[in-house]
Ligand binder design. Structure first.
Ligand code: ADP
Ligand code: MG
Length: 770
């Protein structure tokens, strides 16, 4: 069955090769009870470990059923240990946290036997060794003799052809020793038993054959076996492979973790710290994003992209050209002072807002904007009745830019009432919604400039009540009433009272007082009177067919006001727009839905410019550009800082898991040795530890997510106390699932090194550790 051919084993002791076995040649029959006798240190255990495939010989050969083991791979040795060999040790080597039954089943788990068969076979063999009443006990609840019976049962459960016993009765009293020896003797009836002992009495009493070792050499063999007595080969057993699948590894580890609940919980808690950190960051940044999104559409994103009639072009572009800089706005490092003429470098760009461009704007995706407001240049001929009973003409605004035009008496309010009302409070009355309704716009201190009051014919006093303004009305004079044709020219009439009282005059009335909101980011409207775009459209509609418009159409080369030809500053188009003969707008405001849609809108306009010369291009202004970029970079900074914290805590907790797993590897070195002696492959050992870290990582993820959800409760109380937003911080289900997965994977990675260390442990050394 087994042939040892001149086996030597050298240990490396302080750099010198020390021979533990110095050329041992023994043959073993299939069916005998061999006792190996020898003093302590004579090499008995070394010999047994080599026979059992737990240790490797330095030279010589071990033949199993006539097959040389010289070329054995790790897999071959694992299979050999698992299927052919059963080990029994002096100190039992039971796994202390597993029950008697689980200890016995372990050998079968490694050989991939089904759970049902495992149980049946383990119980059967435990009954055979007389332990039927103790199968659910832990090893530490048994006597020494009982523990050795468990070890024997474990060695036999795979029905091995060889049982190796290393001083099986060394730790037992003589009576118990006798019982164990009788059991082994029975076992030896149908297999090869090789027992190491230093007790010659026991050897003489029970064994069939005694081999005596002195200093690693055989000095006596009572019944040597010749080659002819060896049995023919039996390949089947050697080719069987051990295999423990992932599920078994997972179940084994789960059982393992359950036996150490406190420790598992602490490990999982340590691992959950990083997950809690990330979960909180995700909860907070999620809350922050939705808060900012709300803020964006509430206020900032409401600022329009404006296309005005004229724009001052970017002087910095020219400046960088002058100083040969790559980028604008950079600091100059040279110790030089430059002269720079801003006036000569600033040019006014005139946007050509024609029907083509308006059609282009109207084809834009309506999902991008809340509304589009057009500014028109039509002149409003307004007459006011003064407090003193006189009449005067109010200077109206013909500016194309509705923003930052303080000083104008009357100006158009952009046609986006929802947005304007987020920026302006209606102090009294109502917000103007009809063509004939006006609003008085006052500044923060409720003041109106004296010049405006004068232009409106209101006697200047220190203060007024709201009702002094609300209900006050003015008249707009249509073209045909306002302009008097003198020859081929048109001249404004000056008899204001007659015109004021003419039935064709249009009455407009102040219906409300608007003041900039304390939360508004800037003042969009100029102080004075504000009118709706509906008024503009109404007036254009009225004036379209007026005599002055018809006269201008009839003489396209001559200005109807002066009788002079048009030039570059006074053009036909400009005059037509002023007198209401041309309704093409001079300015456009596009109110985007969000920051993102604002970018899309800009890109859309940029696309229009692509093939145009610089004079023909449309230059737009984005009032909220600085706000939005500041906010975006603020959010990014906060998120990066929070993520860095979370990342650090995740790394720390992964390292902690790694260390705890490593400690567990050190602590369980013996167990690893036992498993290897039962035929566990390196792979099985690492699988068991990996499965354990996966389970711990999963538990850590679940605990972390649950704790983060709990922590969000007080966090939300604090946040809602300060900014009044309830449920600010909350973890989404997807994030929760992702975090559990992340925790599992990271813990697995953190455990790879320790589990690799566990797998590479020398089984012999592992078994020697206490
Ligand atoms: P026995 O079991 O007969 O008491 P061992 O087989 O355990 O003896 O040891 C045989 C000899 O080899 C002893 O002298 C022992 O010190 C030595 N030895 C055993 N294992 C090692 C090792 N890992 N490293 C160095 N020397 C060892
Ligand atoms: Mg020994």
């Amino acid at each position: 069955m087994l042939e040892l051919k001149n086996i030597t084993k050298y240990y490396d002791v302080a750099g010198k090769a020390f021979p533990a076995l110095a050329g041992v040649s023994i043959n073993f029959k299939k069916n005998e009870f061999v006792a190996i006798l020898g003093a302590s240190g004579s090499g008995k255990t070394t010999l047994l470990n080599i026979i059992g495939g737990l240790d490797r010989y330095t030279s010589g050969d071990l033949l199993v059923d006539s097959k040389s083991t010289k070329e054995f791979t790790d897999t071959n040795w694992d299979a050999y240990r698992n299927a052919t060999i059963g080990f029994v040790f002096q100190n039992y080597n039971l796994i202390s946290h597993l029950s008697v039954l689980d200890n016995v089943e372990m050998a079968l788990r490694l050989s991939g036997v089904s759970a049902k068969e495992r149980h049946e076979r383990a119980v059967k063999v435990l009954v055979e060794v007389g332990l039927e009443d103790h199968i659910n006990k832990r090893p530490n609840q048994l006597s020494g003799g009982q523990m050795q019976r468990v070890a024997i049962a474990r060695a036999l459960v795979n029905n091995p052809m060889v049982l190796l016993a290393d001083e099986p009765t060394g730790a037992l009293d003589s009576k118990t020793s006798q019982q164990i020896m009788e059991l082994i003797q029975v076992i030896s009836k149908d297999r090869l038993v090789i027992m190491v002992t230093h007790n010659s009495e026991i050897a003489n009493q029970y064994s069939d054959r005694i081999i005596r070792l002195v200093d690693g050499k055989v000095v006596e063999d009572t019944r040597p076996v010749g080659i002819s007595h060896l049995d023919e080969k039996n390949d089947k057993l050697l080719n069987k492979k051990t295999s423990m699948n992932y599920m078994t590894a997972l179940k084994t580890s789960f059982k393992n973790l359950l036996t150490k609940k406190g420790r598992t919980l602490i490990t999982a808690l340590a691992g959950s710290i990083g997950i809690i950190g990330i979960a909180l960051v995700l909860s907070l940044s999620g809350g922050m994003t939705s808060y900012v999104n709300k803020m964006q559409s509430d206020t900032l994103a409401g600022y329009p992209v404006s296309i005005n009639q004229t724009v001052a072009t970017d002087i910095f572009a020219r400046r960088s050209e002058q100083f040969n800089q790559d980028t604008t706005g950079d600091f100059i490092t040279d110790p030089i002072i430059y002269s720079y003429d801003q006036a000569s470098n600033t040019t006014i760009h005139t946007n050509i807002i024609d029907q083509t461009f308006i059609n282009y704007i109207e084809q834009m995706d309506p999902n991008l904007y809340n509304s589009i407001s057009y500014t028109k240049a039509v002149a409003l001929n307004v007459i006011a009745e003064t407090s003193a009973g006189g009449y005067l003409k109010v200077t109206s605004s013909t500016s194309s830019n509705p923003f930052f035009t303080n000083g104008q008496v009357m100006s158009e309010i952009p046609n986006n009432p929802e947005f304007i009302q987020t920026q302006y409070d209606t102090l009294a009355g109502t917000y103007p919604t009809q063509y004939n309704e006006l609003a008085l716009v006052v500044d923060k201190q409720n003041t109106v400039d004296v010049s405006i009051l004068n232009s409106l014919g209101i006697t200047v006093e220190d203060s007024y009540t709201f009702n002094d303004f609300i209900g006050k009305s003015f008249k707009i004079i249509p073209n045909d009433l306002y302009y008097n044709q003198v020859g081929s020219n048109f001249v404004p009439r000056t008899d204001y009272e007659t015109m004021y009282n003419d039935p064709s005059a249009i009455t407009i009335t102040i219906v409300g007082i608007l003041r900039v909101n304390p939360d508004a980011s800037s003042e969009l409207l100029s102080t004075g009177l504000g009118y709706t775009t509906m008024l503009t459209d109404y007036i254009i509609n009225q004036n379209e067919s007026s005599a002055i418009v018809n006269a201008q159409i009839a003489s396209p080369d001559t200005n109807v006001f002066t009788g002079l030809p048009f030039n570059t500053t006074v053009t036909y188009d400009a005059v037509m727009k002023v007198i209401g003969g041309d309704s093409t707008p001079v300015g456009i405001q596009i109110y985007p839905k969000s920051f993102d849609s604002k970018d899309s809108i800009k890109a859309y306009i940029d696309a229009y410019n692509v093939d145009l010369s610089s004079e023909q291009q449309i230059v737009y202004t984005d009032l909220a550009e600085t706000f939005s970029s500041t906010i975006s970079s603020l959010i990014n900074t906060i998120t990066i800082i929070l993520s860095a914290f979370a990342g650090v805590s995740l790394v720390v907790s992964s390292i902690m898991i790694g260390i705890i797993t490593y400690v567990s590897v050190v602590e369980r070195t013996k167990e690893i040795g036992i498993m290897r002696s039962l035929g566990a492959r390196k792979k099985d050992i690492s699988r068991i530890f990996d499965a354990e870290t996966v389970l711990i990582g999963f538990a850590a993820g679940v605990i972390g997510v649950l704790l983060a959800i709990l922590l969000n409760i007080p966090i939300n109380l604090v946040i809602s106390h300060f900014i009044g937003v309830p449920g600010f911080s909350s973890l989404t289900l997807i994030n929760a699932v992702e975090l559990i997965a992340l925790s599992t994977i990271l813990t697995l990675i953190a455990g790879l090194i320790p589990s690799g260390i566990a797998a590479r442990k020398d089984p012999v050394i592992a078994l020697r550790t206490e």
